[in-house]
Design a protein around this ligand. Structure first.
Ligand code: NI
Length: 182
C-alpha cells in the first residue's frame, strides 16, 4: 500500500533549528517507516512550495536527508547522508531559500561536484552534478550543517515576484531569480 504524503510546515528564519548541525541517519533508522514517511513528506513539501530542493532541518528534523528536483530531470533525488567532493569551477548566481521567503542573494558555488550518499532504499550512490543540480545540492548540504544563504550571500535583496513583467524584472537586474528556491 502506498503511503500518503503530507505537506509539512517549512521553518522560517530566524529559527534555531535551521542553525543546528544535522545528524547522520543510521542504516536501521533509514529503513524505519518514520524515516521513509519523512522522505515522502519532504518531496511533497518541496513540490507544494514550490521549490527545487529541501533539507530535513527545514521541516524541523535534524537529520542528514535532502531532496532535490531540478529542471528537466525525470525524477527527484532523495539522498541520505550526502557528502560532496571533487568541486570544480566557480559560479556566482542569485539564490533563494524556502526558509527565507522573499529574499535572494548572490552565492558563489562550485560549478560541478560529486554527490555521494545513500538512496532511500539504503543503496550507495555517487554521481557527478553540474549547473543548477550541483548548486542545489551545495545549498541543501549547507542546510545540514546549519548554514543559510544569509551566511554566505552577497547583496541580499528583496526577490522580484514571478508575476512581475519580464521587462521590469530586467530593470531590477533579477531576471533569473524566480525558480531558485531551495
Ligand atoms: Ni534553503
Amino acid at each position: 500500500m502506498k503511503r500518503q504524503a503530507y505537506v509539512r510546515r517549512i521553518l522560517i528564519e530566524p529559527d534555531p533549528l535551521l542553525h543546528k548541525v544535522a545528524k547522520k541517519v543510521g542504516d536501521l533508522e533509514l529503513r524505519m517507516p518514520l524515516t521513509q514517511q519523512l522522505i515522502d513528506d519532504m518531496l511533497a513539501t518541496m513540490y507544494a512550495a514550490p521549490g527545487i530542493g529541501l533539507a530535513a532541518p527545514q521541516v524541523g528534523v535534524a537529520k542528514r536527508i535532502v531532496v532535490v528536483h531540478v529542471g528537466d530531470d525525470p525524477q527527484a533525488h532523495a539522498i541520505v547522508n550526502p557528502v560532496l567532493s571533487d568541486f570544480e569551477g566557480e559560479v556566482v548566481a542569485p539564490e533563494g531559500c524556502l526558509s527565507i521567503p522573499g529574499k535572494v542573494g548572490d552565492v558563489t558555488r562550485a560549478e560541478r561536484c560529486r554527490v555521494s550518499g545513500l538512496e532511500r532504499n539504503g543503496k550507495k550512490t555517487s554521481f557527478l552534478a553540474e549547473g543548477m543540480l550541483a548548486r542545489c545540492f551545495q545549498h541543501e548540504v549547507d542546510h545540514l550543517d546549519g548554514i543559510l544563504i544569509l551566511d554566505k550571500a552577497q547583496n541580499i535583496r528583496d526577490a522580484v515576484p514571478v508575476e512581475t513583467p519580464e521587462k521590469e524584472r530586467e530593470e531590477e537586474g533579477n531576471t533569473s531569480v524566480a525558480r531558485i528556491e531551495a
